[in-house]
Design a protein around this ligand. Sequence first.
Ligand code: HEC
Length: 270
Amino acid sequence: MKFLKTITLPILSTLILQGCGGVPEEKSETAGMENVFSVEEVLEMVAKENDVTRTLYTKAIVGKGKAQGMKFDEDWRKDDVEAGPLPALFLRGVATSIRKGPVPLGLYLGSDFPVNAANKFEGRQAELFKEIKVDQKPKFFYDEGQKLHTAMFADLASAGACVTCHNSHPQTTKSDWKLGDVMGATTWQYPKDSLTYKETVAVLNSYAKGTVDIYLEYLDEIEAFKESEKPEIGIKWPEEGNFLPTAEVFLDSVKKLSSYETMKHLVAAK
Ligand code: HEC
């Protein structure tokens, strides 16, 4: 346990930094209104942000929080339930926030063996997911019906909490998930085939805003918890006790761990 505590985040950040190799370099000479990124590149960037956010939330908040006695539940929004959002519901919260905003970015988390039947892949996405399970590579296609460019990225069982919770869930359709398995995929959609710098930054910002929105909703729920159960909200993390980071502290960690460097390049080149 002690080992895990000290090693998890450094490993995570190393992996993420290595993962940044494929992100496009800034092209300052083309700043302005020109489309400088393909939709594939942009969806890949935002998917990377999502990987970091999702892993951080699952490990540092849900995993460590549970060890402190904090609860995470499907019915976390109900008044009589004192719990936070499950990772999948955190992601759906991000998706909902994005949908309410001006950026036409779609986000969906699906699987072939879902806990929630509504999350089962269908049609082309189901076919491509079969390939993802084998090669773990992103898949891109144009959805003619919806007129949307679509990208799918493997969603891996990156924490013990993913596996134990899914295997033992009363509605589970598969109870032998293992660490490292492809448990599902995030599907991202966008209407245009290429984006300007401005549009690219807007996509990344809408994702970051979504994270803050759902995290703030969680902190709001906590306000109504019994005094004795309320975690202290500040700069500390559940790893240290009955604490939760503020939305700023949480987002700051995401930025440190993610390809935030890319984002800074983008902004600087505008
Ligand atoms: C504490 C329980 C819990 C943990 C931890 C958890 N999940 Fe889930 N997960 C759920 C539940 C419940 C749903 C269904 C939510 C819904 O859509 O109603 C779900 C949904 C999903 C889905 C969409 C398909 C489906 O099963 O409905 C995927 C993919 C998924 N989780 C993967 C993961 C991964 C990967 C992790 C770890 C990073 C993780 N989950 C952690 C409970 C959990």
